[in-house]
Design a protein around this ligand. Sequence first.
Ligand code: F6P
Length: 324
Amino acid sequence: IRKIGVFTSGGDAPGMNAAIRAVVRACTYYKKDAYGIMRGYEGMIEGDLVKLGARSVGNIIQRGGTILKSARSEEFRTAEGRKKAYENLKAEGIEALVAIGGDGTFTGLHKFYEEYRVPSVCIPGTIDNDLPGTDYTIGYDTATNTAVEAIDRIRDTALSHNRLFFVEVMGRNSGYIAINSGIAGGATGIVIPEENMSFDQLYNLLGADKETSKKSNLIVVAEGSKIGDANTLARKVAERSSYFDIKVTILGHLQRGGAPTYFDRVLASKMGIAAVEGLMQGQKDVMVGIKDNKIVYNDFNTIMAQKHHEIDSESLRIAKILSI
Ligand code: F6P
């Protein structure tokens, strides 16, 4: 393999730039040519490629977002779209791909591999930490730290006004950001899709019907909550009791931006190098992961069959004890 294409796709995540940098520098180190593919699969279909060298990825390790930009491509879902993409890669002589993204990105690349046999390595980059085959995805640590910082600020004002806040965090169908920002932020309750907490259980946690209960509380709600989003839960509590002065804050996309933490920078650097080394060793259709602090290559079919990255029962147990 002499020419390797790298791209970011799906939702951006802090640390993606550090991963791009590591891929490009590993290519330079091993005397391979690196090409950046702009806007993920869209750029692949349009032939929007840029040659990258060790110096073109300077001063990006600390930057959020992705210098290669990102998109969610509908056209790549079609056979014609993938054919165009393949022809562009072939014309440029690109023989292998490194994708940085989430499960949508990987599913597309797996299909592409099955059709055109272009050796591909995926690097898990998503704030959701929802991918099996790795303990951590790039961006998750930063997003969770951002959520904790926001929760700390909300707590100040919640206490001053004796208010009950529902804080909604991202994560798609995963409760990772919620459970750990909730534990670290000292939340009274944490609502995540993985746990079958009923609305009544949540309501009882607040102790609204006891005159002595505290009025200032903070509930962290994962956006994938199965018992309603933060606005719905706030409305339902208000319908049942006038005891609380209730506010809702949806953290939204602020969790996606910002400088990556040291953890995400190091993780991205390890995974970026592992992706290039994996291709050189003959890996073809895999996702890089980190398990017990060691790099692993997961066969694509095996990890996709697992589907969800489960939250460890210890975190759930801790959250329960602390919300007493
Ligand atoms: O997958 C990352 C993520 O930020 C999810 O947490 C969220 O549900 C989704 O992307 C939001 O997508 P978009 O940026 O397209 O609105």
